[in-house]
Design a binder for this molecule. Sequence first.
Ligand SMILES: Nc1ncnc2c1ncn2[C@@H]1O[C@H](COP(=O)(O)OP(=O)(O)OP(=O)(O)O)[C@@H](O)[C@H]1O
Ligand code: SF4
Ligand SMILES: [Mg+2]
Length: 333
Amino acid sequence: MTAELLHIEGLRTTFPAAGGEAAAVDGVSLRLGRGRTLGIVGESGSGKSVLSLSLMRLLPPAARIRAGTIRFDGTDLRSLPEARMRALRGKRIAMIFQEPMTSLNPAYTVGDQIMEAIAAHEPAPRAELEARAIAALGRVRIPDAARRFHDYPHLLSGGQRQRVMIAMALACAPDLLIADEPTTALDVTVQAEILDLLRMLQAETGMALILITHDLGVVAEMADEVAVMYAGRVVEQAPVAALFGDPQHPYTLGLLGSLPRLDGHTERLPTIEGTMPQADALPPGCRFHPRCVFAAPACMQADVALRAIGAEHQVACLRAPVEASVSEVAAAP
Ligand SMILES: Nc1ncnc2c1ncn2[C@@H]1O[C@H](COP(=O)(O)OP(=O)(O)OP(=O)(O)O)[C@@H](O)[C@H]1O
Ligand code: SF4
Ligand SMILES: [Mg+2]
């Protein structure tokens, strides 16, 4: 059993809405062990970014964490004074985002920006910062790192910029890296290279990874555990083999049907009709019922809670556990 690094319990994060507040994250509980990878998947608007910004305490000013606990290596992040949170952010928990161009400052060289990231937590003489920044660029496999150190971000390709962001994030050797759609803006080949890089760096450093993505293919390749989010909630959570081998929630089944086709086409199969409800206009009962092909009257009556259906496998669906897995159904005569 891996030692626990992160334990989120009952997290609820709200935004102001007409007539009160709407919860973008509504009662989410997650655990992550040291060195492990948790994949978080779900369509746009399911609350993946609000969840990760909640635990970084980098939410927009209007947002509020209304309930729950976030324990990171035994420390309660929710009640941590801002100064201590600042000391932890970037040093012990780092984050990378989808679009590296918006996170890098176009006015400074990549070397300056990496040195600044290091100096924020570990001040040192310039020569030492420079050596560490060049080493950090080398670690993310940027060729000719000493020369690239002097480049401005616009001179780099999208993939190289994302490597620089990873170098900055890992400069102080964090215990946890949160990667929010780190490869979505990149073409497929570069995407695979960045994922390989993250895997290599994880093996080298032993850091834990939260990987947020729309892409179940990425999760299958990278994650140990998976949480599927829908309308602010985790609706299915399982070790990666169980999630793909025995998916239970109709939403997960829909996402699996939406996987890019094996013949290389990227078009998605339209298996989930309709759209995700807004946080301020949630349907009663199971939040997925308006889109669920299995919806029954009971599904509309009361909230459907996440419950265990197997070792470390939890599902929020009245119908689960379903005896036959999808593959068995597909193989049936
Ligand atoms: N600044 C904001 N003001 C008000 N509501 C917001 C704000 N940011 C997010 N929300 C609400 O939170 C919900 C979840 O947003 P979030 O950005 O976490 O989704 P996501 O799962 O990260 O989507 P994507 O895959 O598009 O990145 C949104 O649907 C919206 O209702
Ligand atoms: S609880 Fe009912 S509506 Fe919700 S996912 Fe399960 S079958 Fe569908
Ligand atoms: Mg997001």
